[in-house]
Design a binder for this molecule. Structure first.
Ligand code: ZN
Length: 78
């Protein structure tokens, strides 16, 4: 009896080293201001199979419009 529970949250990707579809392990590579860069590693040989950028929380504040300094006074010419 070999009970196998397919409780893998990560998907399987084809690994050229293992020459077969292998389950992958997600690893956090970088934390960018725009999101997080994850890498999918083969659980068999540990080679990088894919990368993914997950968009983080929406923290992009709207850029405030620069104040226009068009209040220039022209001298009146008589
Ligand atoms: Zn592999």
């Amino acid at each position: 009896m070999t009970p196998q529970f397919g409780a893998f949250t990560a998907s399987e990707l084809y690994c050229p080293k293992c020459k077969r579809a292998q389950p992958v392990r997600e690893k956090l590579l970088l934390v960018l201001p725009s999101g997080e860069l994850h890498e999918f590693l083969c659980v068999g040989c540990g080679s990088s199979l894919a990368k993914r950028t997950s968009s983080g929380p929406a923290v992009s504040a709207p850029a405030p419009a620069p104040p226009r300094s068009s209040a220039r006074r022209r001298p009146l010419l008589g």
